[in-house]
Design a protein around this ligand. Structure first.
Ligand code: RI2
Length: 309
């Protein structure tokens, strides 16, 4: 898919999910590098930096996106010439896409160990990483049931229940506001992540923090499935992650909204779950307590921490 088309698809959520947008951005950079014909290194780098900035601007919250772009663009400035730079981008992108897919498989194996035979699981939104754990538990022969939320306003829960049904996993489909009513029937809640901050807090689909609160009150385990490239290096320096707010028309039809001039729709897409409400994070490097987040950033993201601005 060409660069501008990929950027539009990420912005409009035609391509969505923190992992999927990261892989789509990496593929777009790789293909753009191939399509950029200049033989002048400086012009090539300028074009790629423009492409990277365009992709970075599409969605502000999922750290997977800037991290993937950073990984793909790494080493570009040190290239001998334009051809060398092109090869660096293409190899980095392919390696990132491969490692991102392998990370989901590792997370599936590690996360499935947290699910016991007979467990009732609650999941929210449509997370490839969280679903991989559930599907692997089923593949291992564990008898499991799932509660899946609807996920207003985009209804990503519909994608989730299709996947669960395809794997013949008995599933209860519930509206978002029914979580507390069912939380005592649940043994473990599993969510994905758009970003993990250095203090171990997790940014994920709006509603995740309410689920974590309900789980905490009911003494139900809450775990998060997140690849290491979803950890946010700049949060080590105290930076916060902007929470995307999408148009009110996604929540309330414009004709109805126009009849209600005193009503303003708020539509934040993500929320922050404090580390205290998360029991563990499943990464491809192992199961970690949220307090281990800074070490993931230091040891697995390849950032020069002294350069963080
Ligand atoms: P994976 C999604 O964001 C959801 O918040 C989901 O939990 C998260 O990305 C992680 O998804 P959106 O794009 O990378 O639906 O695990 O706003 O698939």
């Amino acid at each position: 898919m060409p660069l501008i088309r990929t950027a539009d698809a990420i912005r409009s959520m035609e391509i969505r999910g923190a992992g999927r947008i990261a892989r789509a951005a990496a593929a777009a950079l790789r293909d753009h590098a191939g399509a950029t014909e200049t033989t002048v290194k400086a012009a090539f780098c300028e074009e790629m930096n423009w492409a990277a900035a365009l992709l970075r601007s599409t969605r502000p919250t999922a750290v997977s996106l800037p991290n993937a772009i950073h990984i793909v663009m790494r080493g570009l400035e040190d290239a001998a010439d334009a051809e060398d730079a092109r090869g660096i981008v293409q190899r980095n992108a392919d390696a990132f896409i491969r490692s991102s897919e392998e990370a989901v498989s590792m997370i599936a194996t590690i996360g499935a160990n947290q699910i016991r035979d007979g467990d009732v699981i609650l999941t929210h939104c449509n997370s490839e990483a969280a679903l991989a754990c559930i599907i692997e538990a089923k593949r291992q022969g564990k008898k499991i049931e799932v509660y899946a939320t609807e996920v207003r306003p985009w209804n990503q829960g519909l994608l989730t229940i299709r996947v669960l049904n395809q794997h013949e996993i008995p599933t209860h489909y519930i509206v978002d506001s029914a979580v507390r009513a069912f939380i005592n029937d649940v043994d473990i809640a599993i969510a994905g992540a758009d970003a993990v901050c250095s203090d171990g807090s997790v940014i994920n689909k709006i509603g995740t923090s309410q689920i974590a609160l309900a789980a905490h009150e009911a003494r139900t385990r809450m775990i998060v499935a997140a690849e290491t490239y979803k950890f946010a290096p700049r949060t080590l320096a105290g930076h916060t992650i902007p929470i995307e707010e999408r148009p009110g028309s996604e929540v309330l039809a414009e004709d109805l909204a126009s009849e209600l001039p005193f009503v303003r729709v708020r539509n934040p897409v993500f929320d922050v779950t404090p580390a205290a409400y998360i029991d563990a994070i499943v990464t491809e490097t192992g199961l970690i307590p949220p307090s281990y987040a800074p070490f993931i950033i230091r040891d697995h993201l390849g950032w020069d921490l002294s350069m963080i601005r």
